[in-house]
Write a protein that binds this ligand. Structure first.
Ligand SMILES: [Zn+2]
Length: 196
């Protein structure tokens, strides 16, 4: 008797709510709908993406061409724009899956909590973003929390200090999470198959 194929029953968490996997459609799995003023645009001004109208228009073009979902890979920090992500999704009809997690160290000031909080504290921030909603930041300070929930964990890069492994986030949230690493792929013990 052949072993049964694993059955994955899940939802995809978008900024407008959870959807069934069959509604994801044609998807771009690493996009940047918004990059608000911050380290990226200080390094390269062309990286600034802070125009709701332009992003919404581009997403409408994507939808007209058959696109249905993007993953906005902008992780925790002042450059991410949860409220605008939701508005752009509503205005375009494109599902937007938002990221939590942390960017590479070069995208944060040396005093940022990213470099000094424990793995458990960082994981708690990420889990709260998936379960309750993402925070909006000014520098390292939370300006406000939103009810716009994150889907995937963002890029835990090779330079990151040890952070709670993806499995911990999965067990706390019940979500399957795509994950991006630096040089080495993360260990994904649950057969979730995420990579890239
Ligand atoms: Zn990116």
């Amino acid at each position: 008797m052949e072993p049964e194929a694993p059955t994955v029953i899940g939802l995809v968490r978008t900024v407008c709510g959870d959807i069934l996997p069959e509604h994801v459609g044609l998807a771009h799995c690493h996009e940047h709908a918004f990059i608000l003023p911050g380290p990226s645009s200080r390094v390269n001004p062309s990286l600034l993406l802070d125009d709701l109208e332009k992003t919404s228009a581009e997403l409408r073009e994507f939808h007209a061409a058959g696109g249905r979902t993007i993953v906005d890979a902008q992780p925790i920090g002042e450059e991410r724009a949860p409220t605008m992500q939701r508005l752009a999704s509503q205005r375009s009809g494109v599902h937007v899956v938002a990221a939590t997690g942390l960017h590479r160290g070069i995208y944060y000031d040396a005093s940022h909590f990213r470099f000094r909080e424990s793995a458990a504290a960082l994981a708690a921030r990420m889990i709260a973003e998936i379960v309750d909603g993402m925070a909006e930041y000014r520098g390292a300070e939370v300006v406000r929390t939103t009810d716009v929930r994150a889907g995937p964990i963002g890029p835990p890069a090779a330079s990151l200090r040890p952070v709670a492994p993806p499995a911990e986030k999965r067990s706390a949230t019940g979500l399957l999470l795509p994950c991006r690493s630096g040089r080495r792929p993360p260990r994904l013990p649950l057969g979730s198959g995420g990579q890239g």
